[in-house]
Ligand binder design. Structure first.
Ligand code: NAD
Length: 466
């Protein structure tokens, strides 16, 4: 493929990274991102790239993750296109000055908040949805009038190289460069001074990003992971719940940051739920998921070994088969997993679904609250009182009742974590605001000075005036 010919060749000492950042900053300082017309033109060009190159993008993802074209369009490209379209439609409203309330002392003044670009943004993406997780933040960066250096993950290599080849053909080359590379290139980038760092990836690397940002007091958005719980109450339609959970867990081979990590349920419904999941898997992937065009692969040997080691010592009730040569792990379900096991401590990020027994809603709430705050919480329940109790007594980045993943698709809902699952939010207007400085303006006239005299010294004169 054409883009493989432009494979990254990093020069020592991080000079490629430094040069890209320097050029992008100079381009930002030229002021050409300030007019909204320029930003709109870049957003239109980005949309054109995504639509024109959809087949190439799908091919790259097939190579990286064995992802089907249908899933790439559904899970990655449609949402991305909607984000760009929304930004194009709303940019003039988002970027306009907003009048705010005045006090008695400022009644005759102009008081408003006006968004301002931050400057140069570093976007570090993850490999599981390599287009949405790099271009999603880029939409916000462009709309807000920033320059941005985009660093895709080295693990989704075909997508990263394609992105590096395509972006300069559509967007301003200097303002939005793509820098490929792995850990050392990312570390080189992190040593530089940025006006904002937007990082998507694991919590452990998120800590390193925050440390590096602290050296320059750079603000960060951290889109991290964690174990997103899924509680299934005995009152719900298990057939429907199982279908939705099976889809959200095993799509992209379990490598989705908001995939339900584990299921909590009352022991009385475990067998029935397992039967429903088994039936759904058969419907989705047939008797042999390995030969299904709709079932993905693990991104790398390292991640394959990590997931396999998490399953050690368990006898799966569904699945469990694997093939290292193809980085294939069958959709797998484990039951009666001990709450203190390694499997229940680390984010699984693979096609393994543990079922953990809890006695009731209170037990589930206790279980969730004993752990780090997750990125998503899923509640399957038809009793509004119990659902409200769970919503009220837990915390998570987002929450979804009676389905999984779908909250991600709404640009009107801020997306992001809380606590260990991240900080900052994006999508839609939030992306624009996250990457803008909301500058406060108070504009006064030099007339009417008599109103101000009471605040000036000396005190004696003030008293005399009263
Ligand atoms: P990762 O943190 O290992 O890698 C992400 C990026 O960080 C890559 O570009 C990589 O080059 C860089 N990196 C890795 N090690 C580094 C180091 N020591 N120093 C500097 N940079 C380093 O993450 P991952 O394994 O690629 O992604 C999986 C994680 O990302 C999961 O935890 C998942 O939940 C999370 N995730 C979160 C979201 C979200 O939107 N919140 C989306 C996707 C993935």
């Amino acid at each position: 493929m054409v883009y493989l010919a432009v494979c990254s060749t990093m020069s020592p000492g991080g000079s490629v990274e430094r040069q890209a950042a320097t050029r992008a900053r100079q381009a930002f300082l030229s002021g050409r991102t300030r007019p909204l017309e320029f930003r709109l033109q870049q957003l239109h060009a980005l949309l054109k790239m995504i639509t024109e190159r959809e087949t190439d993008i799908c091919t790259a993802l097939k190579q990286d993750l064995n992802r089907s074209q249908f899933d790439t369009a559904l899970l990655e490209l449609t949402g991305l296109e909607n984000e760009v379209r929304l930004s194009i439609e709303k940019l003039s409203v988002w970027a306009a000055p907003r009048s705010v309330e005045r006090s008695v002392l400022t009644l005759r003044d102009q008081v408003y908040v006006r968004p301002q670009p931050l400057g140069l943004v570093l976007i570090i993406g993850a490999w599981n949805y390599p287009w949405a997780l790099t271009l999603g933040p880029l939409v916000g960066a462009i709309a807000a009038g920033n320059a941005a250096v985009v660093k895709p993950s080295e693990l989704s290599e075909c997508s990263s190289l394609l992105l590096r080849a395509l972006l300069p053909r559509y967007l301003d080359k200097e303002l939005y460069p793509v820098v490929c590379g792995g850990v050392s290139e990312t570390q080189d980038l992190l040593r530089l001074r940025w006006d904002h760092i937007f990082y998507t990836g694991s919590s452990s690397v998120g800590q390193l990003v925050m440390e590096a940002a602290a050296a320059h007091l750079t603000p960060v958005t951290l889109e991290l992971g964690g174990k997103s719980p899924c509680y299934v109450h005995h009152d719900c339609n298990l057939r429907v719940a199982a279908r939705r959970i099976t889809w959200g867990k095993f799509v992209n081979c379990g490598q989705t940051c908001i995939a339900p990590d584990y299921v909590l349920c009352d022991p009385s419904i475990q067998n029935q739920l397992i039967d429903c999941i088994r039936l759904t898997m058969q419907e989705f992937y047939g008797a042999d998921p390995k030969s299904s065009p709709d079932y993905g692969r693990i991104i790398s040997q390292r991640h394959f070994q990590r997931i396999m080691s998490l399953m050690e010592g368990y006898t799966p009730v569904i699945g469990g088969q694997s093939d290292a040569a193809q980085r294939y792990i069958a959709p797998t379900v484990l039951r009666d997993v001990p709450p203190q096991s390694r499997l229940m401590k680390e984010e699984i990020f693979g096609p393994v679904l543990p079922l953990v027994a809890v006695s009731d809603v209170d037990d589930a709430i206790r279980f969730i609250n004993e752990r780090e705050k997750p990125l998503a919480l899923y509640i399957f329940c038809t009793d509004p009182t119990l659902t409200e109790k769970m919503l009220e007594q837990t915390s998570s980045g987002g929450v979804l009742v009676n389905d999984v993943l779908m909250h991600y698709s709404l640009s009107s809902l801020p997306f992001g974590g809380v606590g260990h699952s991240g900080m900052g939010q994006y999508h839609g207007r939030q992306s624009f605001e996250q990457l803008s400085h909301m500058r406060s303006y108070l504009v006064r006239s030099l007339t009417m000075e008599s109103v101000n005299l009471s605040r000036y010294p000396p005190q004696d004169r003030r008293r005399a005036r009263r």
